[in-house]
Design a protein around this ligand. Structure first.
Ligand code: ADP
Ligand code: MG
Length: 246
């Protein structure tokens, strides 16, 4: 069995703070995994380790068969991994001085060495896919938050990633815009994209996740199908967390 993500006994400190404790996590191709847990439990740090935005202290990590070493000693793998892994953040992080279309074209031009024409064509196709084909020539500030986040998703998809990471992609949005972003993510999941999603949207998790992981103080305390976690959590910490958020 080959995994897209294979993490074994991963440990990470920030100074004295032990943020990730012996995390074991295997993700198979096409799997949609939702990570839940209280603020500060280590969710962002965990997924940031997967594309090397954070290094880790000890343990083993392979992403799409590229091996990442502890303490950031794997620049070559990092470059490879970042081509295969797309990431979408809470803050959209679009380039404000570029049009929407140019934002999406950037990586295909610079990293994939596509021609301007091909990159533009790809951008337009992706904008249509996330439902904002008519916004290509605007600047990010002219778009709503939900539209900007959809551009950010399109930008990540432009690298044709094998894995998509989402870190609370709807947390910065006004409530009326959450649905349009979740719809795009739901579509990706249906098409078979492998996805790791940190979210507080429990309805989305229940509907879309193949597996839900609950993290508490840097440990995976419990994991299972949405039914197992949301309807029948075994661990009392999971139960307490869910009783606060559901
Ligand atoms: P979550 O995403 O679950 O809210 P994080 O992974 O962001 O949690 O953070 C886990 C813990 O690590 C928190 O206590 C946070 O304050 C701390 N932390 C996160 N990033 C840093 C950093 N760059 N330097 C020091 N501490 C950090
Ligand atoms: Mg976080």
């Amino acid at each position: 069995m080959s995994y897209i993500v294979n993490m074994q006994k991963l440990n990470k400190h920030f100074g004295q703070l032990h943020v990730l404790k012996d995390i074991d996590l295997q993700v198979t191709q096409g799997e949609v995994l939702v990570i839940i847990g209280a603020s500060g439990s280590g969710k962002s740090t965990l997924i940031r380790c997967i594309n090397g935005l954070e290094d880790f202290d000890a343990g083993q990590l392979e992403v799409d068969s590229f091996k990442l070493e502890p303490k950031g000693k794997s620049q070559q793998s990092l470059n490879s991994i970042r081509k295969e892994v797309g990431m979408v953040f809470q803050q959209f992080n679009l380039f404000p001085h570029l049009t929407v279309q140019r934002n999406i074209m950037l990586a295909p031009l610079k990293v994939r060495n596509k021609s301007t024409q091909d990159a533009a064509k790809l951008a337009d196709k992706l904008l249509a896919r996330v439902g904002i084909a008519n916004q290509a020539h605007k600047h990010p500030e002219q778009l709503s938050g939900g539209q900007q986040q959809r551009v950010a998703i399109a930008r990540a998809l432009a690298m044709e990633p094998r894995l998509m990471l989402f870190d609370e992609p709807t947390s910065a949005l006004d409530p009326e815009m959450v649905g349009e972003v979740l719809d795009v993510m739901r579509g990706l999941a249906k098409e078979g994209m492998t996805m790791l999603v940190v979210t507080h949207e429990m309805g989305f998790a229940r509907e879309v996740a193949d597996r839900v992981i609950y993290i508490h103080e840097g440990c995976i305390v419990e994991q299972g199908t949405p039914e197992e976690i949301f309807d029948n959590a075994q661990n009392e910490r999971t139960q307490a967390f869910l009783s606060r958020v559901l």
